[in-house]
Write a protein that binds this ligand. Sequence first.
Ligand SMILES: Nc1ncnc2c1ncn2[C@@H]1O[C@H](COP(=O)(O)OP(=O)(O)OP(=O)(O)O)[C@@H](O)[C@H]1O
Length: 278
Amino acid sequence: MNSVHANQPLLRVQDLGKSFGGVKAVDGISFDLYAGELLALIGPNGAGKSTTFNMVNGQLKANQGSIRLAGTELIGLKPREIWRLGVGRTFQIAETFASLTVVENVQMALLSHDDRLFSMWRRAADHERDKALDLLDQVGMKAQADRPCSELAYGDVKRVELAIAMANDPKLLLMDEPTAGMAPRERNELMALTKELVLGRGMAVLFTEHSMDVVFAYADRSIVLARGRLIAEGKPAEIRDHPKVQEVYFGSGKTFEKIAQQSADLKAQVNAAVGATA
Ligand SMILES: Nc1ncnc2c1ncn2[C@@H]1O[C@H](COP(=O)(O)OP(=O)(O)OP(=O)(O)O)[C@@H](O)[C@H]1O
């Protein structure tokens, strides 16, 4: 399945495993992720998605296997070291500083990247404001730079979170349920923007997602976990038609065909309405 890629993978995960007591939360999974790709990590509840995610960002230490970023082994490194190597992640709304303005939030992130101390905050108001504005421009939020984050609509907060994640100039961005709690139109706009950033910056995104319409519309490939094992990998159509996926993931009567059609309809409507490029 990876033979179409001429280059080396940015992220190479091999035989990765993690147990909690007797539970094998992740049981020997392997996958590759290439620059310029959005890879969805999907599967039913308890499949091992969060555990996998947290091993990649260093919050959890793997029991077995290997996670290499551009050839560098990440297992054993601290989360901050992994972040410094270029693995970023988006943080939820509660973790932005709601009382600060939009641009100040991004400046805080730039400050952190440059390893300045929080106590230097008084000088941070001037810290790389232009760079912060440029990041906000990339997510379509420059015009709202001086508004407090607390006043923003939810979809706009998500855009600011993306700008904050970009401050570290990540090679790999991890997004945990990026569209949770969003309306369909907002979901599509955020994912279209994410795709633009991936292509524009040549980075890669690994994201978990429960909304299959988002996965089918925006993921270049998906990997499917069930009970800690990787049961399928491929493009949306390959996932949709995979018998094992149908068996373990969709016992609910909601067919892939319906979801795929909803996803295509929704994307077409949004593109027509906002002129978005996906
Ligand atoms: N800290 C922990 N201690 C013990 N068991 C854990 C821990 N974290 C996860 N597990 C178990 O590991 C398995 C995988 O959990 P994980 O949270 O990775 O799944 P998930 O696919 O992210 O699920 P969800 O979609 O519900 O968030 C589950 O059986 C879970 O109960």
